[in-house]
Design a protein around this ligand. Structure first.
Ligand SMILES: [Zn+2]
Length: 218
């Protein structure tokens, strides 16, 4: 699927209900036009682009005019973990990536308890937010979702082993939420709830985070 229409809305004070269309980085311009038509037919009022999407660099495409003409709101983020820790770092810094059966893995997420990882993720989140903040519609909403159908592919290093995948995900998302709070105290970061028992979640999400949906596997 090139996109997700998210029916969840955020009922919070002055935020009007948002019905979202997520557009992935790889979606071409023609496909984007079709998706925007489809979104409008389904009464979507919000489009979500990946944090380094070309939308934020090129303002002349037809699909962007469609978004503007219909007054759609812009949000940013999605399945963006590979932007927060670029995979090119793996060659010299494999310890920042996740351990699976004794081997560091390039694919999916990273080791969220390694201080070097956290420092790099904070820096990259800072750079990504700096580049796109002005193009996101206030009150600003961002999203950080785990890789699709790999929600449990997190790290098994000695430090991470104390945390379940759902907790490792929240540790990583909290790092990004802290950076976001420095840019805009009103901004919120959407995350996926792994649907654990409330008292089983040992790592609470930050106050500027909100659940945009659930998955049932932790
Ligand atoms: Zn780890």
């Amino acid at each position: 699927m090139p996109y997700i229409v998210n029916m969840e809305s955020l009922n919070n004070g002055n935020l009007r209900q948002r019905k979202r269309l997520f557009i992935s980085r790889k979606t071409g311009a023609r496909e984007r036009e079709k998706l925007i038509y489809l979104a409008l037919e389904n009464e979507c009022n919000t489009v979500v682009f990946s944090m380094n999407d070309r939308f934020f660099k090129n303002k002349n495409a037809k699909y962007i005019k469609m978004i503007t003409n219909h007054g759609m709101q812009i949000e940013a983020g999605g399945r963006d973990f590979s932007l927060l820790l670029p995979r090119k770092l793996f060659f010299f810094n494999s310890g920042m990536f996740r351990l699976e059966q004794g081997i560091r893995k390039l694919t999916h997420h990273f080791c969220p308890t390694n201080p070097k990882t956290i420092a790099a993720v904070s820096q990259n989140a800072n750079d990504l937010f700096t580049a796109i903040m002005q193009n996101v519609t206030p009150p600003r909403i961002f999203h950080l979702l785990p890789d699709e159908e790999c929600e449990n592919k997190w790290c098994a290093c000695p430090a991470c082993r104390a945390f379940r995948p759902c907790e490792q995900y929240i540790i990583a998302a909290n790092t990004v939420a802290d950076v976001l709070a420095k840019f805009d105290s009103q901004a919120r970061l959407g995350y996926i709830d792994y649907n654990t028992e409330p008292d089983a979640a040992g790592v609470p999400p930050r106050k500027n985070m909100f659940s945009i949906g659930t998955v049932n596997n932790c």
